[in-house]
Design a protein around this ligand. Structure first.
Ligand SMILES: *[C@@H]1O[C@H](CO)[C@@H](O)[C@H](O)[C@H]1NC(C)=O
Ligand SMILES: *[C@@H]1O[C@H](CO)[C@@H](O)[C@H](O)[C@H]1NC(C)=O
Ligand SMILES: *[C@@H]1O[C@H](CO)[C@@H](O)[C@H](O)[C@H]1NC(C)=O
Ligand SMILES: *[C@@H]1O[C@H](CO)[C@@H](O)[C@H](O)[C@H]1NC(C)=O
Ligand SMILES: *[C@@H]1O[C@H](CO)[C@@H](O)[C@H](O)[C@H]1NC(C)=O
Ligand SMILES: *[C@@H]1O[C@H](CO)[C@@H](O)[C@H](O)[C@H]1NC(C)=O
Ligand SMILES: *[C@@H]1O[C@H](CO)[C@@H](O)[C@H](O)[C@H]1NC(C)=O
Ligand SMILES: *[C@@H]1O[C@H](CO)[C@@H](O)[C@H](O)[C@H]1NC(C)=O
Length: 372
Protein backbone atom coordinates (compact mmCIF):
# COMPACT_ATOMS: atom_id res chain seq x y z
CA UNK A 1 0.00 0.00 0.00
CA UNK A 2 1.01 3.56 -0.69
CA UNK A 3 2.29 5.34 2.42
CA UNK A 4 3.46 8.82 3.23
CA UNK A 5 5.28 10.00 6.31
CA UNK A 6 3.21 12.01 8.70
CA UNK A 7 5.54 14.95 8.48
CA UNK A 8 5.54 14.90 4.67
CA UNK A 9 1.77 14.75 4.77
CA UNK A 10 1.69 17.49 7.37
CA UNK A 11 4.06 19.57 5.28
CA UNK A 12 1.82 19.15 2.25
CA UNK A 13 -1.17 20.01 4.39
CA UNK A 14 0.51 23.07 5.81
CA UNK A 15 1.50 24.22 2.33
CA UNK A 16 -2.02 23.63 1.06
CA UNK A 17 -3.57 25.56 3.92
CA UNK A 18 -0.94 28.27 3.92
CA UNK A 19 -0.21 28.36 7.64
CA UNK A 20 3.29 27.02 7.25
CA UNK A 21 5.54 27.68 10.24
CA UNK A 22 8.90 27.97 8.54
CA UNK A 23 10.52 29.79 11.44
CA UNK A 24 9.39 27.57 14.29
CA UNK A 25 11.97 24.91 13.63
CA UNK A 26 15.60 25.25 14.44
CA UNK A 27 17.57 22.26 13.28
CA UNK A 28 20.75 21.82 15.33
CA UNK A 29 22.26 19.48 12.74
CA UNK A 30 22.31 22.11 10.01
CA UNK A 31 25.40 23.69 11.50
CA UNK A 32 24.62 27.17 10.26
CA UNK A 33 22.33 28.05 13.14
CA UNK A 34 22.57 28.02 16.91
CA UNK A 35 19.42 26.56 18.38
CA UNK A 36 18.20 27.22 21.89
CA UNK A 37 18.57 24.31 24.32
CA UNK A 38 15.52 22.10 24.73
CA UNK A 39 13.64 22.60 28.00
CA UNK A 40 13.67 19.21 29.69
CA UNK A 41 10.77 17.54 31.43
CA UNK A 42 13.24 15.93 33.83
CA UNK A 43 10.52 14.26 35.84
CA UNK A 44 7.16 12.46 35.51
CA UNK A 45 4.20 14.39 34.16
CA UNK A 46 1.03 12.46 35.05
CA UNK A 47 -1.83 14.56 33.87
CA UNK A 48 -5.53 13.79 33.63
CA UNK A 49 -7.55 16.32 31.63
CA UNK A 50 -10.94 17.20 33.08
CA UNK A 51 -13.77 19.73 33.15
CA UNK A 52 -12.11 21.79 35.86
CA UNK A 53 -9.85 23.17 33.12
CA UNK A 54 -10.51 26.15 30.90
CA UNK A 55 -7.47 25.87 28.66
CA UNK A 56 -4.35 23.84 28.01
CA UNK A 57 -2.13 24.98 30.86
CA UNK A 58 0.49 27.23 29.21
CA UNK A 59 3.07 26.13 31.77
CA UNK A 60 3.04 22.74 30.06
CA UNK A 61 1.53 23.16 26.60
CA UNK A 62 1.69 25.43 23.59
CA UNK A 63 -1.43 25.33 21.44
CA UNK A 64 -0.12 26.10 17.95
CA UNK A 65 -3.41 25.58 16.13
CA UNK A 66 -7.10 25.47 16.99
CA UNK A 67 -7.17 26.79 20.56
CA UNK A 68 -10.87 27.62 20.18
CA UNK A 69 -11.57 24.03 19.05
CA UNK A 70 -10.46 22.60 22.40
CA UNK A 71 -13.04 21.95 25.12
CA UNK A 72 -12.85 20.12 28.41
CA UNK A 73 -15.32 17.61 29.82
CA UNK A 74 -15.32 14.69 32.20
CA UNK A 75 -14.00 12.67 29.25
CA UNK A 76 -10.91 14.87 29.18
CA UNK A 77 -9.64 17.30 26.57
CA UNK A 78 -11.77 17.28 23.42
CA UNK A 79 -10.38 18.46 20.08
CA UNK A 80 -13.08 19.10 17.48
CA UNK A 81 -12.91 19.68 13.77
CA UNK A 82 -16.02 21.42 12.46
CA UNK A 83 -15.24 22.73 9.03
CA UNK A 84 -12.72 22.85 6.24
CA UNK A 85 -9.46 24.32 7.49
CA UNK A 86 -9.90 23.31 11.14
CA UNK A 87 -7.09 21.52 12.93
CA UNK A 88 -5.82 21.28 16.47
CA UNK A 89 -2.18 21.02 17.50
CA UNK A 90 -0.94 20.98 21.04
CA UNK A 91 2.81 20.78 21.67
CA UNK A 92 4.37 20.11 25.04
CA UNK A 93 6.63 22.92 26.23
CA UNK A 94 9.02 20.24 27.43
CA UNK A 95 11.24 17.61 25.82
CA UNK A 96 12.14 14.10 26.89
CA UNK A 97 15.40 12.36 26.13
CA UNK A 98 14.20 8.77 25.97
CA UNK A 99 11.36 7.83 28.29
CA UNK A 100 7.72 6.93 27.88
CA UNK A 101 4.46 8.46 26.77
CA UNK A 102 1.01 7.07 27.61
CA UNK A 103 -2.06 8.70 26.11
CA UNK A 104 -5.53 7.48 27.01
CA UNK A 105 -7.34 8.51 23.88
CA UNK A 106 -10.51 8.06 21.88
CA UNK A 107 -9.78 8.88 18.25
CA UNK A 108 -12.05 11.02 16.08
CA UNK A 109 -14.21 9.30 13.49
CA UNK A 110 -14.46 10.56 9.91
CA UNK A 111 -12.79 9.56 6.68
CA UNK A 112 -9.30 11.02 6.40
CA UNK A 113 -9.45 12.52 9.89
CA UNK A 114 -6.22 11.81 11.77
CA UNK A 115 -5.89 11.72 15.55
CA UNK A 116 -2.27 11.56 16.57
CA UNK A 117 0.19 11.39 19.41
CA UNK A 118 3.72 12.05 18.18
CA UNK A 119 7.18 12.64 19.47
CA UNK A 120 9.30 15.01 17.45
CA UNK A 121 12.84 16.32 17.91
CA UNK A 122 14.44 19.50 16.63
CA UNK A 123 16.52 17.51 14.13
CA UNK A 124 13.40 15.64 12.97
CA UNK A 125 13.54 12.32 14.75
CA UNK A 126 9.95 11.21 15.04
CA UNK A 127 7.82 8.55 16.75
CA UNK A 128 4.12 8.32 15.88
CA UNK A 129 0.82 6.85 16.95
CA UNK A 130 -1.87 7.76 14.45
CA UNK A 131 -5.47 6.71 14.02
CA UNK A 132 -7.37 7.20 10.78
CA UNK A 133 -10.99 8.10 11.43
CA UNK A 134 -12.50 5.63 8.98
CA UNK A 135 -10.41 2.66 10.03
CA UNK A 136 -12.22 0.75 12.77
CA UNK A 137 -9.91 -2.28 12.74
CA UNK A 138 -6.32 -1.04 12.74
CA UNK A 139 -4.24 1.84 14.05
CA UNK A 140 -0.89 3.07 12.78
CA UNK A 141 2.58 3.62 14.18
CA UNK A 142 5.84 4.76 12.64
CA UNK A 143 9.30 6.15 13.39
CA UNK A 144 11.83 8.33 11.60
CA UNK A 145 15.31 9.67 12.20
CA UNK A 146 16.94 12.93 11.14
CA UNK A 147 14.07 13.75 8.84
CA UNK A 148 14.83 10.94 6.40
CA UNK A 149 11.53 10.65 4.59
CA UNK A 150 12.51 7.77 2.37
CA UNK A 151 12.78 5.30 5.21
CA UNK A 152 9.39 3.77 5.82
CA UNK A 153 8.65 1.67 8.84
CA UNK A 154 4.91 2.05 9.34
CA UNK A 155 2.95 -0.79 10.93
CA UNK A 156 -0.79 -1.24 11.52
CA UNK A 157 -1.58 -3.22 14.65
CA UNK A 158 -5.15 -4.40 15.14
CA UNK A 159 -7.34 -2.33 17.44
CA UNK A 160 -11.13 -2.32 17.38
CA UNK A 161 -13.31 0.55 18.59
CA UNK A 162 -10.57 3.16 18.46
CA UNK A 163 -13.18 5.81 17.59
CA UNK A 164 -15.81 4.71 20.10
CA UNK A 165 -13.81 3.87 23.20
CA UNK A 166 -10.76 4.99 25.10
CA UNK A 167 -7.53 3.11 24.54
CA UNK A 168 -4.07 3.25 26.00
CA UNK A 169 -1.49 4.25 23.37
CA UNK A 170 1.94 3.87 24.87
CA UNK A 171 5.45 4.49 23.54
CA UNK A 172 8.43 3.22 25.50
CA UNK A 173 11.63 4.64 24.10
CA UNK A 174 15.13 3.76 25.28
CA UNK A 175 18.61 3.94 23.84
CA UNK A 176 18.34 0.22 23.06
CA UNK A 177 14.83 -0.10 21.63
CA UNK A 178 11.51 1.46 20.85
CA UNK A 179 8.30 -0.25 21.94
CA UNK A 180 4.71 0.38 20.94
CA UNK A 181 2.00 -0.80 23.35
CA UNK A 182 -1.79 -0.86 22.97
CA UNK A 183 -3.99 -1.36 26.03
CA UNK A 184 -1.16 -2.98 27.93
CA UNK A 185 -0.11 -5.30 25.09
CA UNK A 186 3.26 -4.83 23.44
CA UNK A 187 2.54 -4.75 19.70
CA UNK A 188 5.92 -3.79 18.35
CA UNK A 189 9.63 -3.68 19.18
CA UNK A 190 12.15 -1.72 17.14
CA UNK A 191 15.78 -2.44 18.11
CA UNK A 192 18.06 0.59 17.82
CA UNK A 193 20.15 -1.31 15.30
CA UNK A 194 17.26 -1.67 12.83
CA UNK A 195 18.19 -0.30 9.37
CA UNK A 196 17.30 3.38 9.17
CA UNK A 197 17.89 6.38 11.43
CA UNK A 198 16.85 5.45 14.95
CA UNK A 199 15.25 8.32 16.94
CA UNK A 200 17.79 9.42 19.56
CA UNK A 201 17.47 13.13 20.27
CA UNK A 202 15.22 14.99 22.76
CA UNK A 203 11.59 15.06 21.63
CA UNK A 204 8.52 17.12 22.48
CA UNK A 205 5.00 15.70 22.36
CA UNK A 206 2.54 16.70 19.65
CA UNK A 207 -1.13 15.95 20.20
CA UNK A 208 -3.08 16.71 17.06
CA UNK A 209 -6.26 16.39 15.07
CA UNK A 210 -6.09 17.20 11.38
CA UNK A 211 -7.69 16.32 8.06
CA UNK A 212 -5.28 14.27 5.97
CA UNK A 213 -8.28 13.79 3.71
CA UNK A 214 -8.87 17.47 3.08
CA UNK A 215 -9.94 17.73 -0.57
CA UNK A 216 -7.30 20.46 -1.07
CA UNK A 217 -4.51 18.06 -0.17
CA UNK A 218 -2.36 16.20 -2.65
CA UNK A 219 -3.93 12.93 -3.84
CA UNK A 220 -1.13 10.92 -2.17
CA UNK A 221 -1.87 12.46 1.21
CA UNK A 222 -5.59 11.86 0.82
CA UNK A 223 -4.91 8.23 -0.12
CA UNK A 224 -2.66 7.78 2.94
CA UNK A 225 -5.33 9.27 5.17
CA UNK A 226 -7.94 6.84 3.83
CA UNK A 227 -9.97 9.07 1.55
CA UNK A 228 -11.53 12.51 1.30
CA UNK A 229 -12.92 14.08 4.45
CA UNK A 230 -16.61 14.93 4.39
CA UNK A 231 -17.01 17.98 6.61
CA UNK A 232 -20.81 17.86 6.40
CA UNK A 233 -20.80 14.55 8.24
CA UNK A 234 -18.90 16.10 11.15
CA UNK A 235 -18.10 17.56 13.59
CA UNK A 236 -15.32 15.11 14.43
CA UNK A 237 -14.03 14.95 17.97
CA UNK A 238 -10.93 13.35 19.43
CA UNK A 239 -10.74 12.96 23.21
CA UNK A 240 -7.72 12.67 25.45
CA UNK A 241 -8.52 11.56 28.96
CA UNK A 242 -4.98 11.70 30.25
CA UNK A 243 -1.37 12.04 29.28
CA UNK A 244 1.49 10.56 31.22
CA UNK A 245 5.03 11.39 30.19
CA UNK A 246 8.16 10.12 31.89
CA UNK A 247 11.49 11.62 30.95
CA UNK A 248 14.30 9.10 30.55
CA UNK A 249 16.58 11.55 32.33
CA UNK A 250 15.52 12.76 35.75
CA UNK A 251 16.79 15.90 37.43
CA UNK A 252 17.52 17.38 34.02
CA UNK A 253 16.64 20.98 33.24
CA UNK A 254 17.69 21.19 29.60
CA UNK A 255 19.24 19.32 26.69
CA UNK A 256 21.95 20.73 24.49
CA UNK A 257 23.21 19.55 21.09
CA UNK A 258 26.98 19.70 21.53
CA UNK A 259 27.60 19.12 17.82
CA UNK A 260 25.77 18.70 14.52
CA UNK A 261 25.79 14.89 14.41
CA UNK A 262 22.30 14.37 15.79
CA UNK A 263 23.69 11.40 17.70
CA UNK A 264 22.47 10.62 21.22
CA UNK A 265 26.10 10.80 22.38
CA UNK A 266 26.21 14.46 21.35
CA UNK A 267 23.36 15.41 23.63
CA UNK A 268 24.54 17.14 26.76
CA UNK A 269 22.21 16.77 29.73
CA UNK A 270 22.13 19.83 31.97
CA UNK A 271 21.19 18.91 35.53
CA UNK A 272 18.79 20.69 37.83
CA UNK A 273 15.10 21.25 38.41
CA UNK A 274 13.16 21.76 35.19
CA UNK A 275 10.47 24.42 34.84
CA UNK A 276 7.83 21.67 34.82
CA UNK A 277 9.31 20.11 37.94
CA UNK A 278 9.16 23.49 39.66
CA UNK A 279 5.60 24.12 38.49
CA UNK A 280 4.43 20.68 39.63
CA UNK A 281 6.15 20.96 42.98
CA UNK A 282 5.38 24.56 43.72
CA UNK A 283 3.73 24.98 47.10
CA UNK A 284 2.06 27.84 48.87
CA UNK A 285 3.96 29.61 51.64
CA UNK A 286 1.50 28.15 54.16
CA UNK A 287 2.03 24.59 52.84
CA UNK A 288 5.79 25.10 52.99
CA UNK A 289 5.62 26.43 56.54
CA UNK A 290 3.36 23.56 57.62
CA UNK A 291 5.67 21.01 56.05
CA UNK A 292 8.70 22.60 57.64
CA UNK A 293 7.01 22.50 61.05
CA UNK A 294 5.87 18.87 60.65
CA UNK A 295 9.33 17.88 59.53
CA UNK A 296 10.98 19.27 62.65
CA UNK A 297 12.18 17.17 65.56
CA UNK A 298 10.47 17.47 68.95
CA UNK A 299 13.51 19.28 70.35
CA UNK A 300 13.52 21.79 67.51
CA UNK A 301 9.80 22.40 68.03
CA UNK A 302 10.33 22.97 71.75
CA UNK A 303 13.25 25.29 71.02
CA UNK A 304 11.14 27.26 68.57
CA UNK A 305 8.18 27.35 70.99
CA UNK A 306 10.50 28.52 73.77
CA UNK A 307 12.03 31.24 71.66
CA UNK A 308 8.59 32.34 70.50
CA UNK A 309 7.56 32.57 74.19
CA UNK A 310 10.80 34.42 74.90
CA UNK A 311 10.06 36.91 72.17
CA UNK A 312 6.50 37.35 73.46
CA UNK A 313 7.82 37.90 76.96
CA UNK A 314 10.28 40.47 75.69
CA UNK A 315 7.50 42.23 73.82
CA UNK A 316 5.49 42.35 77.08
CA UNK A 317 8.41 43.76 79.01
CA UNK A 318 9.06 46.43 76.40
CA UNK A 319 5.37 47.32 76.29
CA UNK A 320 5.16 47.66 80.06
CA UNK A 321 8.32 49.78 80.13
CA UNK A 322 6.96 52.06 77.42
CA UNK A 323 3.66 52.40 79.29
CA UNK A 324 5.35 53.31 82.55
CA UNK A 325 7.63 55.78 80.85
CA UNK A 326 4.69 57.35 79.05
CA UNK A 327 2.73 57.64 82.27
CA UNK A 328 5.68 59.19 84.06
CA UNK A 329 6.19 61.62 81.26
CA UNK A 330 2.48 62.42 81.36
CA UNK A 331 2.63 63.04 85.13
CA UNK A 332 5.59 65.36 84.82
CA UNK A 333 3.89 67.31 82.09
CA UNK A 334 0.76 67.67 84.18
CA UNK A 335 2.76 68.80 87.17
CA UNK A 336 4.52 71.44 85.11
CA UNK A 337 1.20 72.58 83.76
CA UNK A 338 -0.33 72.76 87.23
CA UNK A 339 2.62 74.79 88.48
CA UNK A 340 2.25 77.20 85.62
CA UNK A 341 -1.43 77.51 86.34
CA UNK A 342 -0.81 78.17 90.01
CA UNK A 343 1.73 80.86 89.14
CA UNK A 344 -0.76 82.44 86.82
CA UNK A 345 -3.45 82.34 89.48
CA UNK A 346 -1.26 84.02 92.09
CA UNK A 347 -0.25 86.70 89.63
CA UNK A 348 -3.90 87.35 88.96
CA UNK A 349 -4.68 87.46 92.68
CA UNK A 350 -1.92 90.00 93.21
CA UNK A 351 -3.28 92.09 90.45
CA UNK A 352 -6.78 91.98 91.84
CA UNK A 353 -5.39 93.06 95.18
CA UNK A 354 -3.64 96.02 93.57
CA UNK A 355 -6.88 96.96 91.83
CA UNK A 356 -8.76 96.83 95.09
CA UNK A 357 -6.15 99.00 96.74
CA UNK A 358 -6.48 101.47 93.90
CA UNK A 359 -2.81 101.20 92.98
CA UNK A 360 -3.62 101.81 89.37
CA UNK A 361 -4.07 105.48 89.73
CA UNK A 362 -3.26 108.58 87.87
CA UNK A 363 0.34 108.32 88.83
CA UNK A 364 0.75 105.54 86.31
CA UNK A 365 -1.08 107.39 83.65
CA UNK A 366 0.95 110.41 84.44
CA UNK A 367 4.06 108.54 83.71
CA UNK A 368 2.59 107.53 80.44
CA UNK A 369 3.19 103.94 81.18
CA UNK A 370 -0.31 102.63 80.86
CA UNK A 371 -0.37 99.82 78.40
CA UNK A 372 -3.97 98.61 78.57
C1 LIG B 1 4.56 28.22 20.69
O1 LIG B 1 4.94 27.69 19.43
C2 LIG B 1 5.12 28.68 18.43
C3 LIG B 1 5.35 27.98 17.13
O2 LIG B 1 6.30 26.98 17.24
C4 LIG B 1 6.27 29.58 18.84
O3 LIG B 1 6.45 30.59 17.90
C5 LIG B 1 5.97 30.19 20.20
O4 LIG B 1 7.07 30.92 20.65
C6 LIG B 1 5.65 29.13 21.22
N1 LIG B 1 5.20 29.76 22.43
C7 LIG B 1 5.70 29.41 23.61
C8 LIG B 1 5.11 30.14 24.76
O5 LIG B 1 6.55 28.56 23.73
C1 LIG C 1 21.00 26.46 6.94
O1 LIG C 1 21.30 25.35 6.15
C2 LIG C 1 20.17 24.71 5.58
C3 LIG C 1 20.63 23.41 4.91
O2 LIG C 1 21.80 23.61 4.17
C4 LIG C 1 19.50 25.69 4.63
O3 LIG C 1 18.38 25.09 4.01
C5 LIG C 1 19.07 26.92 5.41
O4 LIG C 1 18.51 27.87 4.56
C6 LIG C 1 20.26 27.52 6.14
N1 LIG C 1 19.76 28.54 7.04
C7 LIG C 1 20.39 29.68 7.24
C8 LIG C 1 19.76 30.63 8.21
O5 LIG C 1 21.43 29.98 6.66
C1 LIG D 1 -8.25 17.63 37.03
O1 LIG D 1 -6.95 17.59 36.44
C2 LIG D 1 -5.93 18.20 37.19
C3 LIG D 1 -4.65 18.19 36.39
O2 LIG D 1 -4.38 16.95 35.84
C4 LIG D 1 -5.78 17.45 38.51
O3 LIG D 1 -4.79 18.05 39.28
C5 LIG D 1 -7.10 17.46 39.24
O4 LIG D 1 -6.99 16.67 40.40
C6 LIG D 1 -8.22 16.91 38.36
N1 LIG D 1 -9.49 17.10 39.03
C7 LIG D 1 -10.43 16.15 39.05
C8 LIG D 1 -11.69 16.52 39.76
O5 LIG D 1 -10.28 15.07 38.51
C1 LIG E 1 3.78 18.96 15.58
O1 LIG E 1 3.22 20.23 15.35
C2 LIG E 1 4.05 21.13 14.68
C3 LIG E 1 3.34 22.41 14.55
O2 LIG E 1 2.84 22.79 15.75
C4 LIG E 1 4.44 20.59 13.32
O3 LIG E 1 5.37 21.46 12.72
C5 LIG E 1 5.04 19.22 13.44
O4 LIG E 1 5.24 18.64 12.17
C6 LIG E 1 4.17 18.30 14.25
N1 LIG E 1 4.91 17.10 14.48
C7 LIG E 1 4.39 15.91 14.32
C8 LIG E 1 5.30 14.79 14.57
O5 LIG E 1 3.23 15.76 14.06
C1 LIG F 1 -7.49 -0.29 8.07
O1 LIG F 1 -6.10 -0.52 8.02
C2 LIG F 1 -5.74 -1.84 7.64
C3 LIG F 1 -4.23 -1.94 7.73
O2 LIG F 1 -3.63 -0.97 6.90
C4 LIG F 1 -6.22 -2.13 6.22
O3 LIG F 1 -5.93 -3.43 5.89
C5 LIG F 1 -7.74 -1.89 6.19
O4 LIG F 1 -8.20 -2.01 4.86
C6 LIG F 1 -8.07 -0.50 6.67
N1 LIG F 1 -9.48 -0.30 6.75
C7 LIG F 1 -10.10 0.77 6.30
C8 LIG F 1 -11.59 0.79 6.40
O5 LIG F 1 -9.48 1.71 5.82
C1 LIG G 1 17.33 7.46 4.24
O1 LIG G 1 16.72 6.21 4.39
C2 LIG G 1 16.87 5.38 3.24
C3 LIG G 1 16.05 4.12 3.47
O2 LIG G 1 16.39 3.51 4.72
C4 LIG G 1 18.35 5.08 3.03
O3 LIG G 1 18.52 4.28 1.89
C5 LIG G 1 19.09 6.40 2.86
O4 LIG G 1 20.47 6.16 2.80
C6 LIG G 1 18.80 7.33 4.02
N1 LIG G 1 19.35 8.64 3.73
C7 LIG G 1 20.06 9.29 4.62
C8 LIG G 1 20.57 10.63 4.20
O5 LIG G 1 20.30 8.85 5.74
C1 LIG H 1 -0.93 2.00 29.64
O1 LIG H 1 -0.12 0.97 29.16
C2 LIG H 1 1.16 0.92 29.74
C3 LIG H 1 1.96 -0.13 29.01
O2 LIG H 1 1.39 -1.38 29.19
C4 LIG H 1 1.02 0.65 31.23
O3 LIG H 1 2.30 0.60 31.83
C5 LIG H 1 0.18 1.72 31.87
O4 LIG H 1 -0.06 1.43 33.22
C6 LIG H 1 -1.13 1.87 31.14
N1 LIG H 1 -1.81 3.07 31.64
C7 LIG H 1 -3.04 3.06 32.13
C8 LIG H 1 -3.57 4.35 32.61
O5 LIG H 1 -3.71 2.04 32.18
C1 LIG I 1 20.20 17.59 40.57
O1 LIG I 1 20.95 18.59 39.90
C2 LIG I 1 21.55 19.54 40.75
C3 LIG I 1 22.18 20.62 39.88
O2 LIG I 1 23.22 20.10 39.11
C4 LIG I 1 22.57 18.84 41.65
O3 LIG I 1 23.11 19.76 42.53
C5 LIG I 1 21.84 17.73 42.44
O4 LIG I 1 22.78 16.98 43.14
C6 LIG I 1 21.09 16.79 41.50
N1 LIG I 1 20.27 15.89 42.29
C7 LIG I 1 20.22 14.59 42.05
C8 LIG I 1 19.29 13.81 42.93
O5 LIG I 1 20.86 14.06 41.17
Amino acid sequence: MFRFSFAAAAAALLAAQAFAQTTSECNPTWGNVTCPDNAALGTTFDYPFNDTMAEMDPRFFNVTAGASLIKFSQDGAEFTMVKHGDSVRVQSDFYIFYGRVEAIMQAAPGTGVISSVNLLSDDLDEIDWEVMGQNTTNVFNNWYGKGNRTQNHGEEPVLADSQTGFHNYTIIWTEQELEFWLDGQQVRTVPAGEPGNYPQTPCYINLSLWAGGDPDNEPGVIAWAGGETDYDAGPYTMKIKSLKVVDGHTNSSSYHYSDTSGSHASIQVNEGESEVYKALNKKSTKQKAEEKWTGLSQTAKIAIAASVCGVLLLVCVIYTFVCITQRKKGRLEREAHDKEWAAHESELAAYRLKMARGDFAVSHLGHGEAKF
